[in-house]
Design a protein around this ligand. Structure first.
Ligand code: ADP
Length: 295
């Protein structure tokens, strides 16, 4: 508001001073030398126009910066709210399970297992969340986080899938991993990409089976994660990779998240000179396809 008021005032002042200057010049030279008077007016108009263009450019840049800043502050506030919630919920669950395990000695095996699984699941959730925040911070600080080595991606992917499978025991995962795909990869980046995609598929897949495929395509490894959830509308297919972006539908709101996962996936894929894109899955849901170079 203040910005627009000030801008209006500056523009009014600008035109008022130009008008006064021209008027004074014309009056001054009217009877002495009208030709010089006209030249002076031309000069004022010429220089005024240049100044006016600079002024407009300055106003435009300032307005754009202010808008960006406001958007960022809003996003950060949302992020802080969701991250506080995301940290507090699993911590409270872990504490409760641990308290029950230590205080109640007469628990049977099943009850103990349930509580232990609960602790493990929530620890895993915390781990992914903290890992994501850490990666995002490091990437934004421009840190070189790439540390590549020769890795057997078939084995690594199977490990990631079975680790996640223990947490989401209720959801079926159809896994099709080609054997002996090896290549130069950053293990942490790869784990983060695959974990985020699978966790999303499980989170937004409506409890229906998830399909995970890993295969080689010339000198690239292809990871495909397909879910049978309600899918992603075309208009937000690009937006879901923005930092802190969460779709504004009931399904997303009912699930926990920070809007950081896919932002990190995209950044990491690009950092590793790969590509990511989304296709609609049949009959419903979406397929995320990541291709990463192996050399
Ligand atoms: P988060 O899951 O923490 O909200 P992400 O960055 O991983 O953050 O995802 C951003 C948004 O993209 C999600 O909030 C959700 O609306 C949408 N999304 C991601 N993956 C899927 C999927 N497999 N199916 C449907 N929507 C998805």
């Amino acid at each position: 508001m203040l910005f627009y008021l000030l801008t209006g005032y500056i523009l009014l002042q600008f035109f008022w001073w130009a008008y006064l200057l021209i008027k004074l010049n014309l009056e001054l030279y009217q009877n002495v030398d009208p030709e010089t008077g006209n030249l002076k007016v031309l000069m004022i108009v010429g220089e005024g126009t240049v100044f006016f263009i600079f002024l407009l450019a300055g106003i435009y840049i300032t307005q754009r910066t202010i808008k960006k800043e406001i958007k960022l502050v809003r996003q950060q506030r949302n992020f802080l709210l969701s991250i506080t919630h995301e940290l507090k919920t699993p911590l409270a669950a872990i504490k409760l399970s641990m308290d029950t395990l230590t205080k109640r000695e007469n628990l049977d095996k099943d009850q103990r297992n349930l509580l232990q699984n609960n602790v493990r699941d929530n620890t895993q959730r915390l781990n992914l969340l903290i890992g994501n925040v850490l990666l995002a911070t490091q990437m934004e600080a421009g840190k070189d986080i790439l540390n590549k080595s020769e890795v057997n991606l078939s084995e690594l992917t199977s490990k990631i899938v079975s680790r996640i499978g223990q947490t989401y025991a209720g959801v079926k995962m159809n896994v099709d991993i080609d054997t002996d795909i090896t290549g130069l990869t950053d293990i942490h980046n790869y784990e983060s990409i695959v974990t985020n995609l699978i966790e999303n598929g499980l989170k937004y897949g409506g409890g229906k089976p998830l399909a995970i495929r890993l295969f080689k395509e010339s000198d690239k490894v292809v990871i495909r994660v397909s879910d049978l959830g309600s899918g992603i509308p075309d208009r937000i297919k690009n937006r879901i990779f923005e930092k802190f972006y969460r779709a504004e539908n009931e399904e997303t709101r009912s699930k926990k998240g920070t809007g950081l996962g896919l932002y990190i996936v995209k950044q990491l894929v690009e950092l590793n000179k790969g590509t990511i894109h989304i296709e609609d899955n049949q009959p419903t849901g979406s397929t995320f396809i990541v291709k990463l170079p192996l050399k």
